[in-house]
Design a protein around this ligand. Sequence first.
Ligand SMILES: Cc1cc2nc3c(=O)[nH]c(=O)nc-3n(C[C@H](O)[C@H](O)[C@H](O)COP(=O)(O)OP(=O)(O)OC[C@H]3O[C@@H](n4cnc5c(N)ncnc54)[C@H](O)[C@@H]3O)c2cc1C
Length: 298
Amino acid sequence: MYGKIEAAAARMERIPHVSPFSFCRNTTICAGGDAPYAFYPRSAEEFCAAVRILRESACPFAVLGRASNVLASDGGFDGIVLKTDNMAALQKTEGGIFAECGVSVSALLAFAAKNGCGGLHFLAGIPASVGGAVFMNAGAGGAFIGGRVHSVTALCGGETIVLPAAACGFSYKHSLFMDRRYYILGAQLSTERADRASVLRQAAAVLGQRRRLPRGKSMGCVFKNPEGASSGALIERAGLKGLRIGGAYVSCEHANFILNRGDATAAQIRRLIETVRDRVYAESGVRLEEEIRYIGEF
Ligand SMILES: Cc1cc2nc3c(=O)[nH]c(=O)nc-3n(C[C@H](O)[C@H](O)[C@H](O)COP(=O)(O)OP(=O)(O)OC[C@H]3O[C@@H](n4cnc5c(N)ncnc54)[C@H](O)[C@@H]3O)c2cc1C
């Protein structure tokens, strides 16, 4: 693998990069090993060129936004990370906003307020990129980004395509992008006309409600909610609040959050996730499904 990675990296040297890339320092859970390289394309063209080179070199790669929903193994990732932070263009358009995949939710909301674009406030406080949010169909309080997507610009094979929302397969914490090797380059989001003060007020109200969420190193909710039930409630009912493996523990405030005390390994976090899943199943007969995504070998 080393040869393929080095060959691909050499062909991409003009794209900003770091070597090595630490998952421990760059994910919100602050755990995991390294990847030999992370590249930070500055435009859709640079991203597409990088993917072409990686494919031609048969080099494994992983696309990351803000890395707020991923757990990388302690052994890291034997491939190249494409991190979208530098793809951060925003444009006011007819009926909404076009955001490149690397735009952070906080930058999106600041831009929406400045331009009098309402309806995206439910995203406030989610530490996501637009690409990661579209991929995960992120949301809160019963609203999901898929409900605000007009269309997604994506790299499909070697081609850039525009998918209308109806073709994006949005459902609860799911999108088409999980099932196909399409990469999200940007999204056209539909908004409503609103004044700056009301956009800011609504976002502040959402942030206020989110103050109850646990603080610290986490990936947010670990498990999806099963139909008609709450994973947090099931975990709490199984008596698992506070359960600890090494430096990883189940939050006592919100049982669907697993926190890293600071020194947890990815293996400990993974073992705790599996323990919680098994004990909830034994207690309630409900099999919880992870919302988070794994990177590397566990
Ligand atoms: C404190 C905290 C609170 C949270 N609260 C919420 C919440 O209220 N609601 C909610 O839904 N989530 C929440 N999350 C989870 C997380 O923020 C979301 O899932 C978010 O959408 C992930 O975005 P990201 O940019 O960090 O994606 P990443 O974690 O970087 O990536 C997640 C997945 O998306 C893929 N991906 C990312 N960008 C692209 C792209 N451009 N093209 C193709 N694939 C891509 C990655 O390959 C990966 O599989 C929370 C997380 C934390 C840490």
